[in-house]
Design a protein around this ligand. Structure first.
Ligand SMILES: [Zn+2]
Ligand SMILES: [Zn+2]
Length: 269
């Protein structure tokens, strides 16, 4: 059986609380041998580390998600440095920018609130990149509806820190810009969606050794589970579509994506 990794799942979410051992067993049974669990704030970073301590094949990415920026400390660097000392931390994140739900879309809030929100996100993102550069770690980057602003913050760090632009949903030209910076992209179950042709086209243009696979569990369950809670075992369904799109065997896809993940997530063993 071809083995794969789930390079982006949120195992600390309450969606999994009751049955985490079973979720991890089902992943193993499907050939998904390593899971990278991504935190979204300091509390979930702590919980993610506990999960990584409990399960040998689970690794942790610690950080603060841009959508939760308003609740973040002004300076998250000391906390990140501290968390990153844990031997199972393989990268920082997820960090980045997200302009999908701006404050002004809610009643009573204005453009000034949007600007403050964007600035806080950019400050946090920069702090993650600074600490990553300092510690020789890479970053898991989240970007939604703000590609240019995200690249503007990232580019000054691109020589020291590699990013994986996760849940990649942009076109081939954007993918090439990111690879040109020495960074990577990763693809979710959107690859399997009927309306995912544009993403399959981007994958088709992405070199076999420059991308990773992920579920973003509990979100984005692939076909035939679409609409249900997603879990890491479903990398299997994603890998089958990815191999078709790349016109390669599952074994070749396994070798390429696992080796890319081992190079990117430095302490992944
Ligand atoms: Zn994300
Ligand atoms: Zn995520």
């Amino acid at each position: 059986m071809a083995i794969f990794y789930d390079t982006h799942a949120h195992l600390s979410y309450t969606d999994f609380a009751d049955e985490l051992p079973k979720v991890i067993e089902r992943a193993q049974a499907a050939g998904i041998t390593k899971l990278i669990s991504i935190a979204t704030d300091l509390e979930s970073s702590q919980r993610t580390l506990l999960i990584a301590e409990r399960f040998p094949n689970v690794f942790a990415v610690v950080g603060w998600h841009p959508s939760d920026a308003p609740e973040a400390p002004v300076d998250i660097r000391p906390a990140l440095r501290n968390l990153a000392q844990h031997p199972k931390v393989v990268a920082l994140g997820e960090t980045g920018l997200d302009y999908y739900r701006l404050p002004s879309k809610k009643a009573g809030l204005t453009q000034a609130d949007d600007e403050a929100y964007k600035k806080k996100q950019a400050d946090l993102f920069r702090q993650h990149l600074e600490v990553a550069a300092e510690l020789g770690l890479n970053c898991v980057i989240h970007q939604r509806d703000c590609l240019e602003d995200t690249l503007a913050v990232f580019e000054p760090f691109a020589k020291q820190v590699r990013g994986v632009f996760h849940c990649f949903a942009n076109d081939a030209a954007t993918m090439r810009r990111i690879l040109g910076l020495g960074s990577l992209v990763s693809f979710t179950g959107i690859l399997t969606f009927k309306n995912g042709q544009n993403i399959r086209d981007t994958l088709a243009a992405t070199p076999l050794d420059q991308f990773m696979l992920e579920t973003d569990s509990p979100f984005l369950a692939p076909v035939p589970y679409r609409g249900k809670r997603c879990e890491p075992a479903y990398v299997k369904e994603i890998s089958e579509v990815a191999a078709q799109v790349k016109g390669c065997s599952l074994e070749d896809l396994s070798a390429a994506t696992c080796s890319t993940a081992k190079q990117f997530f430095k302490r992944l063993s």
